[in-house]
Write a protein that binds this ligand. Structure first.
Ligand SMILES: [Zn+2]
Length: 298
């Protein structure tokens, strides 16, 4: 079969769309050590989407960026509470950062394109193909930068405070613990949306000049990221609220049998569960928004 990146005929691996260290972190900090993802809410899973996508060589190529990203940014971001309270910038990065972000954007978009972006217009389909080939040649070292298909990253944390009305009751948990790959077709822009716990990657297929994305754009060789000094289109917050709300709706579909299984697991590992990030963020949501409409243990 043909590798999607190098396009050589090779044996293909089960390739992660969202890197495995993200799922590992979610499990490690869950109350029960298990995950339930999106539509498959009634099934415990160990890992995310893994289609046959890349040859072994290209997997290795990606792991060169993945390792420094996990070690220098992802883990410190998730473990260092004091860092996240500082005004920032939180991190200085080097060339591994944009390559990693390009690799995730490319993987997510490749995955969704293979499924077929049926609601896209012809023009949007064309733009998607251009974004894919631009990111691909950047990843293969054939071009210097991702040109118009800018790569952005937003480092998230729970909200200190807010002045919005009608935020979903799980919004802090959504901000810090959800994993979600998607392609978003907004009013003005189209982009890859790769939510990986506290890291949100935005890879632009089409970017509107009318929208303000400030302090989130990545640079090829080096740069600084994270902190309180950024500005995003309000549409993005609305989109994230809808996603968090959808998660609440999915959790109402959890069967009584599965709910019992979670409760049993919770009892069995009470000490772990009570000290987990999962529980502390759910309590934080409770304090901010009141009792949840559905019980949402992981
Ligand atoms: Zn390959």
């Amino acid at each position: 079969m043909q590798c999607a990146l190098c396009q050589q005929e090779r044996a293909l691996c089960d390739s992660h769309i969202i890197p495995s260290f993200v799922y590992a972190w979610l499990k490690e900090t869950s109350a029960t050590g298990y995950m339930r993802l999106g539509r498959e809410i009634n099934r415990r899973v160990q890992d995310g989407l893994k289609p046959k996508l890349l040859c072994e060589e290209c997997e290795k190529r990606f792991s060169q960026f993945e390792k420094p990203f996990a070690a220098n940014l992802f883990y410190p971001l998730h473990k260092d509470d004091a860092l996240r309270l500082s005004p920032g910038p939180w991190f200085r990065y080097e060339s591994w950062c944009m390559k990693f972000v390009a690799s995730v954007s490319w993987r997510v978009l490749t995955f969704f394109s293979q499924l077929g972006l049926k609601n896209f217009t012809e023009e949007q389909q064309r733009a998607t193909k251009v974004a894919l080939s631009t990111w691909r040649s950047f990843l293969l070292g054939e071009s210097e930068n991702p040109r118009a298909h800018e790569l952005h990253m937003i480092l998230l944390d729970r909200m200190a405070d807010h002045t919005f009305s009608n935020l979903p009751k799980n919004f802090n948990r959504y901000l810090v613990r959800s994993i979600e790959p998607d392609v978003v077709r907004g009013k003005e822009s189209i982009f890859v949306y790769a939510k990986m716990c506290r890291v949100l990657i935005i890879g632009f297929i089409q970017k509107s000049p009318n929208e303000k994305w400030r302090g989130t754009k990545l640079h090829v060789r080096k740069g600084e990221i994270g902190g309180l000094n950024y500005e995003l289109p309000s549409q993005l917050l609305k989109n994230m609220c809808d996603r968090a709300q959808r998660l609440i709706e999915l959790e109402t579909k959890l069967s009584p049998r599965q709910r019992q299984k979670i409760d049993d697991e919770f009892e069995k590992q009470k000490e772990r569960a009570l000290n987990s990030e999962c529980l502390s963020i759910s309590l934080y949501d409770y304090e901010m928004f009141g009792p949840p409409d559905v019980d949402s243990k992981e």
